[in-house]
Ligand binder design. Sequence first.
Ligand SMILES: [Fe+2]
Length: 203
Amino acid sequence: MFITQLLFLMGIVMPKLPYSANALEPVISEQTVNIHYGKHLQGYVNTLTKLVDNTEYKDMSVENIVKSAPEGPIYNNAGQLLNHAIYFESFKSPVKDNVPTGKLGKAIDRSFGSFEAFKTAFTQAATSVFGSGWAWLSQDKDGKLVITKEANGGNPVRSGLNPLMGIDVWEHAYYLDYQNRRADHVAAVWDIINWEVVESRLK
Ligand SMILES: [Fe+2]
């Protein structure tokens, strides 16, 4: 079972990085992984752990916190924990012509027409998030795949969707490697998506 699925069932834990910090180079540098995973994500975990102490959220799964907490620090930090768990687990070392096949490939074709059409629509979403936020591929209640944008630490579970893949477009995700060139970062990320993991999240 992947850690993301565990997170949906369990309370607050720091997700394990399923590869070494330099495994995503040159798409995402070791330095960015060390800071993004080691400092930003660890920060969300530490802050959330403190915030939920002596509250009704203490023994809740992270998913349920994200679904039920009112907007504010608990919601923001739980959202970012869930988002980053999904995010870091969705990568692998770069592969050329890295495309989804099987069940996920078929679902993408059915929902968007083709993988290329999906990629264009997802790129458009990711590059047009204003300020800090995320672009998501999710599955709706009818099994159809949809692309959504979330501001700040938003996660599609809040809207009843099943998140399959999320790309972080906060500047901390790419600034050291790409500076202001968010579009270049998003264009490069396709080489490191672990489609097998993304497919495993289909319900
Ligand atoms: Fe992030």
